[in-house]
Design a binder for this molecule. Structure first.
Ligand SMILES: [Fe+2]
Ligand SMILES: [Fe+2]
Length: 336
């Protein structure tokens, strides 16, 4: 037929490969003609002819694909998303850890045990330290440092045995621990540790709390972080109530030196480091009097609370200095 003899495909390809679809009678095989004349395309979408050429073409496509993948691996920088930045403290009813939100029975059980333990300790401290605020704060701050030290101990142990490497977690927990240490220095300067019985009670509780936290963290990091979140939330509400009841008096008193040294320090890298829900430099305290000191101690507790909440989701914690956005913000901070 006139149509068949007009096909421009080379005879060799026609002989070895499968025949191209026959055009309907009366129509010219325009597609076959264009394909034969067009230059071969690169990449996985290239059209391969039949037979030995098809095999070669497939191999070449595979090589091209591997090459592209290798190039991608060499040139691409992996970007890890941090969890959403939250400027305000999530201390409302919706985020209340006292209300288990997860449907999982294990989470509910863990949270119920934590709430029972926290409530028991709060009841004990409320009974003993009803009218002695600074002594109560001293005990609270002595205890508050313990879980961070316990987390670091366990993570360090895991690292030693080569089981897990979590540099971000160790760095953030160390910054949290240092922040609590400065809270403790402030309370000591205010006379919170003047009685031996308070010092004894604080250290006695801290000793056992350390081992309990280590055990809990090894069994369930999620439970240990939730327990710390409950403790931090209690610390936040304790300081918040204290500020509301004593605002006028606190505004007339000077700030302790420990607070001035810490909050007005030129190097606030570790101060930014424990605030994982914030961009570095987004919070710079103003300290004019004792009221300002307690406002900042309270706000620190809110930041601890947010970090402990984030830690309950595995892999959710990032050092605030680790993302590009935060590095840029930090550079701006240094330049200003
Ligand atoms: Fe604290
Ligand atoms: Fe705290």
């Amino acid at each position: 037929m006139a149509v068949a003899s007009a096909s421009p495909l080379p005879a060799a390809l026609s002989a070895t490969g499968p025949s191209p679809p026959r055009p309907a009678p009366g129509l010219l095989p325009l597609r076959s003609s264009r394909r034969a004349r067009a230059p071969p395309r690169l990449g996985p979408v290239a059209t391969c002819p039949g037979g030995a050429f098809r095999l070669m073409c497939r191999r070449r496509s595979r090589v091209e694909a591997i090459k592209t993948e290798r190039e991608k691996q060499l040139t691409e920088v992996p970007v890890e998303e941090s969890f959403p930045v939250r400027e305000a403290a999530p201390l409302d009813g919706a985020d209340d850890p006292m209300v288990p939100s997860d449907e999982n029975w294990a989470v509910k059980l863990e949270q119920s045990v934590n709430i029972f333990l926290t409530d028991s300790v709060i009841m004990l401290l409320d009974g003993v330290y009803r009218d002695r605020n600074y002594a109560r704060f001293f005990v609270l701050e002595t205890i508050a440092r313990v879980p961070y030290f316990a987390f670091i101990s366990v993570l360090h142990l895991y690292e030693t045995f080569g089981w897990r490497r979590r540099a971000d977690y160790i760095k953030v927990h160390f910054a949290e621990s240092l922040n609590e240490f400065h809270h403790l220095l402030i309370m000591e300067e205010l006379g919170g540790n003047s009685l031996w019985i308070d010092r004894f009670l604080a250290r006695f509780m801290a000793f056992f709390y350390y081992f309990v936290t280590v055990g809990m963290y090894m069994l369930s990091p999620r439970m240990a972080y939730h327990f710390s979140e409950c403790v931090e939330r209690h610390a936040y509400s304790t300081y918040d109530k204290f500020l509301k009841l004593n605002e006028e008096e606190l505004k007339r008193l000077p700030a302790p030196e420990a607070a001035l040294n810490y909050y007005l320090n030129e190097d606030l890298y570790l101060f930014d480091e424990f605030q994982t829900a914030r961009v570095p430099c987004s919070r710079r305290p103003k300290i004019d009097n004792l009221y300002d000191v307690f406002v900042n101690v309270r706000d620190d507790e809110a930041e601890h609370c947010k970090t402990m909440k984030a830690c309950q989701t595995p892999g959710n914690l990032r050092s605030p200095h680790s993302t590009q956005k935060c590095i840029e913000a930090d550079t701006e901070c240094v330049n200003t």
